[in-house]
Design a protein around this ligand. Structure first.
Ligand code: ZN
Length: 476
């Protein structure tokens, strides 16, 4: 062997080692996302036939396109079975910068460009739904601000505290919106949803998965669950997932692949259901999705990945607030729902921000709410425990933050409660909980709760908003 050749082999070997080290580094840096990267387990999951859906199906979409991505198959099957379908589109999709820039052919869209995008997306939804057999009267556009729903849910709740959308408006500027000039506030969203529930009286409500990572989607999930609880409305509930890691992997058109839940969401209490689509239904769904022209221009591979052999739905059993047992003074409350592990962004910088569950319990003399983390509670992390407490006489909210030993109640709305007198903070290893007077939850029919962990204004991990039912029953 000539010396030059040995040198080349050595160079190649060294290049291989560098590549291996780079790969290892990439794996370590992106470890939080690995759970979403792993191929899903192909275990047998229960199929769901069209017969699972009742006579009146309400589909709630955060943006104009989610109704087709998540529910085109449901719409087709429900209509074929003679059921009625109504679609609610929460926002006009008027906050998507890339699509607004593309639509107006400008680099920096103005509020007018965002409104133009909203008007275009309204037309696209009508065209897509017409392709699936729905008429314009079957689709209700609420006109709330794209990219702003989580702000309406969290901080801009009251009508006198409206949010300003990227469309430059504090109220719906669209003549096609369900309520003319609907003010951009959370209370307004709930009023609209409650009126739609009363009017349509759905047998089934199909809405976003509470573990969806898009802020408009998770807020829509919380708004629907809130309205159902506030109205004490009984219906079958189905959730659909659009944004979670690289779901629906792979991002490409391949109608022979199946849609499986991301691995990160397996092991939670979600029950997954497969709704099979035949070739004709897949063809109709594809043509419907192509109607969302402004979206196809910028994210076609993602949209097309929803044309699969099935649609995927989740269902949940609401946990029940446990009584005395296990909640004696000094003990953390039992965990009632789990959060996916290793789903944080930037966890390497701050330990103790990866939430694994939220718990609560009601005893005779105190109520406890708390969270569990994967690593020990970190005094530099700000933890938040949030509650919407439903009572026959109305809803109250309690937004508590804990940093180190400091506990505060944030006043975000007219119905926000002060920090209950006598609230005690307990921290033990990977558990943090607050013990409060029993009156906090007394007489409540249910509590919608969530938790976050963050640093400054940055949320690092966010648990789902889930309804915890109580054994208390109102009325006769
Ligand atoms: Zn969406």
């Amino acid at each position: 062997m000539a010396p030059g050749r040995i040198g080349k082999v050595l160079i190649r070997l060294r290049a291989g080692i560098v590549l291996a080290l780079a790969t290892l580094l990439a794996v370590v840096l992106y470890r939080p996302y690995l759970a979403d990267w792993l191929p899903p387990a192909r275990k047998g999951l229960p199929g769901t036939g069209a017969s699972a859906f009742g006579e009146r199906v309400l589909i709630v979409a955060p943006h104009p396109d989610d109704e087709a991505l998540g529910g085109a198959g449901v719409i087709l099957k429900a209509r074929a079975a003679g059921s009625r379908v109504r679609v609610v589109v929460m926002t006009s999709g008027d906050g998507f910068k890339m699509a607004a820039a593309e639509n107006s052919r400008v680099a920096a869209p103005t509020p007018a460009d965002y409104r133009r995008l909203g008007e275009a997306r309204h037309q696209e939804s009508l065209a897509a739904m017409a392709h699936l057999g729905l008429s314009s009267g079957d689709i209700l556009f609420l006109g709330y601000p794209d990219g702003g729903l989580s702000r309406l849910w969290e901080t801009n709740w009251d009508e006198n505290c409206p949010y300003t959308g990227l469309n430059g408006s504090r109220q719906s500027p669209y003549p096609f919106s369900y309520q003319q000039e609907a003010v951009y506030c959370g209370a307004g969203v709930v009023q609209n949803l409650a009126a739609i529930l009363r009017d349509f009286n759905p047998t089934d409500v199909v809405y976003p998965d509470p573990n969806d990572q898009n802020h408009d989607h998770l807020a829509t999930s919380a708004f629907v669950k809130y309205t159902l609880a506030e109205q004490n409305f009984k219906t079958k509930e189905w959730t659909y997932l659009v944004h979670r890691g690289d779901f629906p992997w792979p991002w490409k058109y391949d109608p022979n692949l199946s849609l499986h839940p991301p691995r990160a969401l397996e092991g939670l209490d979600t029950r997954w259901h497969y709704l099979p689509l035949d070739d004709r239904e897949k063809g109709l769904k594809l043509e419907a999705v192509k109607k969302y022209v402004t979206q196809v221009r910028v994210i076609a591979p993602f949209l097309m990945a929803f044309i699969r052999t099935n649609e995927l739905f989740g269902s949940f059993t609401d946990p029940v607030l446990p009584g005395d047992e296990g909640s004696g003074a000094g003990n953390p409350p039992p965990i009632l729902f789990l959060d996916p592990v290793e789903d944080t962004v930037g966890r390497e910088l701050e330990s103790g921000a990866d939430l694994v569950g939220v718990g609560a319990a009601q005893a005779a003399d105190h109520f406890t709410i708390g969270l569990a983390t994967r690593e020990a509670i970190n005094p530099r992390i700000q933890y938040a425990l949030q509650m919407r407490i439903f009572r026959p006489e109305g809803v109250q909210r309690l937004d508590l933050t804990v940093t180190g030993t400091r506990v505060k109640a944030r006043k975000e709305a007219a119905n926000s409660l002060d920090l209950p007198a006598g609230t005690r903070l307990e921290v033990r290893g990977k558990r943090l909980w607050l013990s409060m007077p029993a009156g906090v939850a007394a007489g409540a029919t249910g509590i919608l709760m969530s938790a976050t962990a963050g640093s400054g204004d940055r949320i690092i991990d966010r648990a789902a908003w889930r309804l915890v039912r109580t054994l208390y029953k109102s009325g006769p």
